[in-house]
Design a protein around this ligand. Structure first.
Ligand code: PEP
Ligand code: MN
Length: 346
């Protein structure tokens, strides 16, 4: 159930509505704190109670509308006129007027390589460094990451550049370990519906980047974010990274429509990963530019000093000069949609 208060109504009226809901034993959440306050009840409520409550609340001063959720994504849902939630990432943020560009190698391979990449992407205007220390690989014999050693190199890259660290956590057993080093926990496409992992991520005080599954709908993605928010962690961002279709020219098909659909349905920021969508580095710039034009709040791009030598996903990885060039072009499109990239002049 959602209760929308009139804009500018006094705090005492909001408090009275909350008290009336709590008197019925309901746990009230503030979906939007203002300027238009929106209150919600997340737990399942009997129809009898809902009808009774709607009747009682509708007449209270300050109440504009009482409605049942027509969706199951109650916490991720975008309330009327609600702004996109700004998620803090270390010293930076995503969801506001600044375009967040997360860049770095697919996997953390070695210390020198990572530090070199971090310094270069920072100089080009990236807002965060990425790199997997725990890698989900299709074959068990492929390079599967350096584990905690990789996390240490990522922390060193943050020290060196000031960039927050985005890195994947694959199992709920490792949430605590990864959260000790990372600024943002990435939940990968293959784990989007790993509900134990989602719930564990919902209990830590670190933002989560939730990637869309290879064969999952936008609605399923929204519901997976709901798992995290329902456990208390409100700092979640979506990541569209392409889905499997019949098309074979690209590794996946970038579903750009998912960007406005997510933005219309949810207040959470949306990131687009053109690298895993394309699978080919020559397609990455066009998809990245299109994603910003479509309204993405951020991008995640695989970058490596020598993509041909990368231990994973080299084919879709761009090199450092290509990244620098792309950032300049991104700044132009960002400007056209009312965003900026700090440190990059259009
Ligand atoms: C990644 O970001 O390196 C990754 C493994 O992505 P995905 O989960 O989207 O395949
Ligand atoms: Mn990758």
């Amino acid at each position: 159930m959602v209760v929308s208060m009139r804009e500018g109504c006094p705090k005492s009226q909001v408090a009275a509505v909350i008290a009336a809901m709590e008197r019925r034993g309901l746990k009230v959440r503030i979906i939007s704190p203002g300027p238009k306050v929106v209150l919600g009840v997340v737990e399942a409520v009997s129809k009898h109670l809902t009808d009774d409550l709607r009747f009682a609340l509708s007449d209270m001063p300050g109440v504009e509308e009482v409605s049942d959720f027509h969706t199951d994504w109650k916490l991720v849902w975008r309330g009327p006129e609600q702004q996109t939630s700004v998620v803090r990432m270390g010293g930076r943020s995503i969801g506001g007027p600044e375009l967040m560009v997360i860049a770095g190698p697919c996997a953390v391979e070695c210390r020198e390589n990572l530090l070199q990449t971090a310094q270069a992407v920072a100089a080009s205007g990236a807002g965060a460094i990425r790199g997997g220390a725990f890698k989900p690989r299709t074959s068990p014999y492929s390079f599967r990451g350096l584990g905690e050693e990789g996390l240490k190199y990522l922390a060193e890259a943050r020290e060196l550049t000031g960039l927050p660290v985005v890195t994947e956590v694959m199992s709920f057993h490792e949430v605590e370990l990864v959260a000790r080093y990372a600024d943002v926990l990435q939940i990968g496409a293959r784990n989007m519906q790993n509900f134990a992992l989602l719930e564990a991520a919902g209990e830590v005080d670190k933002p989560v980047l939730l990637k869309r599954g290879l064969g999952n709908t936008v609605k399923e993605l929204l519901l997976c974010a709901e798992y995290i928010l329902a456990r208390g962690n409100q700092q979640v961002m979506f990541c569209e990274r392409g889905i499997r279709t019949f098309e074979t020219e690209t590794r996946n098909t970038l579903d750009l429509a998912a960007v406005p659909i997510l933005k219309q349905n949810s207040h959470l920021p949306v990131v687009v990963d053109p690298s895993h969508a394309a699978g080919k580095r020559e397609l990455v710039p066009a998809l990245a530019l299109a994603a910003v034009a479509a309204g993405a709040d951020g991008l995640m791009i695989e970058v490596h000093p020598e993509p041909a030598k990368a231990l994973s996903d080299g084919r879709q990885t761009i090199d450092l000069p290509a990244f620098d060039d792309l950032m300049k072009r991104l700044a132009l499109v960002a400007q056209a949609v009312g965003k900026t990239i700090p440190g990059v002049n259009p």
